[in-house]
Design a protein around this ligand. Structure first.
Ligand code: SF4
Length: 195
């Protein structure tokens, strides 16, 4: 009977000894140090661990499903964990037509999110009302909450959603730790009636 062999080229006994390790350059080994800013380190951690809250009301939400699925895989950006509790999430992704009746709900969800929080308006409807220039549709979510990034398209392809997501990551990574306590940010929220 033919013997089963998984490795037809058996490892030579002296292979390990014959591999030479490259020495680290001087100054790159030992305890060492590096210089950076605290805000950069915090920004790096935040941008690669965003927890999205999908607020999907219509067709753009289907594109988001594709963005989360295996082919596009938003998890590659550290956002595997999609949350449906505003208190746990820091990235509100609004996808779809927002009726005026829905606007207070969207605002309530935003208010329940803890700072720091970011918002993406995905698609024409969330950004501007889209084709629904009617009495019943909110003409852009930035009428009720501040928006950080707008993703164009009707619907935007998953690549566009990923691009918008990476734009938010850039903002998050570069944001000063003092921004949320700044006068400008307070003034921005006050224009929305948020204390
Ligand atoms: S932007 Fe287009 S695809 Fe997206 S929710 Fe509006 S109508 Fe649907």
């Amino acid at each position: 009977m033919r013997p089963v062999r998984f490795n037809i080229n058996p490892i030579q006994a002296n292979t390990k000894d014959s591999l030479a390790m490259v020495e680290a350059p001087e100054g790159y080994s030992g305890e060492g140090f590096f210089a950076t800013k605290l805000s950069d380190v915090v920004g790096l951690a935040r941008k690669n661990s965003l927890w999205p809250l999908p607020f999907a009301t219509s067709c753009c939400g289907i594109e988001f499903m594709a963005t989360m699925a295996s082919h596009y895989d938003l998890a590659r950006f550290g956002s595997e964990r999609v949350g449906f509790s505003p208190r746990q999430c820091d990235l509100l992704m609004v996808m779809g037509t927002i009726a005026k009746k829905m606007a207070p709900v969207l605002r309530q969800v935003y208010l329940q999110m803890a700072e720091p929080r970011w918002v993406i308006a995905v698609g024409a409807c969330a950004s501007s009302g889209g084709i629904f220039d009617t009495y019943s549709v909110l003409q852009g979510i930035d009428q009720v909450i501040p928006v950080d990034v707008y993703v164009p398209g009707c619907p935007p392809r998953p690549e566009a959603i990923l691009d918008g997501f990476m734009k938010v990551q850039d903002l998050v990574g570069q944001e000063s730790l003092r921004r949320r306590n700044s006068e400008q940010y307070t003034a921005l929220l006050e224009t929305y009636g948020i204390q």
